[in-house]
Write a protein that binds this ligand. Structure first.
Ligand SMILES: [Zn+2]
Length: 164
């Protein structure tokens, strides 16, 4: 397993994008990150492989300090894999108040073929915020055969809880 790495860059819209790679654990050190942000910051969790309780603690403390120093800063989360979605659902403060999850991953499984895939749900596609309420449409994915189907391999009430 690769170690923790966080990369900061300014995207085409002049917004800060922070990409997190590897494991969020006792080695996850955010102190090297420049915390002078514009009005928005995007966290990209696409390459996070693992998170443990120490990693959660480091993250919650760090993100709370940024939130406190920049009360008007908007947080966007993209490409959240299942371990991150689980924490968003379970850990208070993992997602700072007012944050928006723009995309996250959902594991799918076909019982007939014993096959799994990962689908990314995107804000504005599988789910949307209408009048402050989230509308979610969980799609069925086709599989290899005519008589089988990929279904979400999560407890939907728990996994999609953070959207409510
Ligand atoms: Zn199948």
């Amino acid at each position: 397993m690769s170690g923790f790495k966080i990369t900061s860059k300014i995207d085409d819209n002049m917004k800060t994008r922070l990409q997190i790679d590897g494991a969020m654990d006792e080695h996850s050190d955010y102190s090297s990150i420049e915390t002078k942000f514009t009005d928005e910051v995007v966290f990209d969790f696409d390459n996070v492989e693992h998170i443990n309780s120490t990693g959660i603690k480091h993250w919650v403390q760090w993100v709370a300090s940024i939130h406190e120093a920049n009360p008007n800063l908007k947080f966007f989360f993209v490409n959240c894999p299942k371990p991150i979605v689980d924490q968003i659902n379970m850990v208070d403060g993992f997602l700072p108040e007012g944050s928006i999850v723009k995309s996250f991953k959902v594991p799918y499984f076909c019982e007939v073929c014993d096959k799994d895939i990962t689908t990314t749900f995107v804000l504005g596609r599988e789910y949307n915020i209408v009048d402050g309420k989230v509308k979610l449409e969980v799609p069925d994915n086709t599989c290899d055969r005519g008589d089988c189907e990929m279904e979400p391999d999560v407890v939907e009430q728990k996994y999609f809880k953070f959207l409510k």
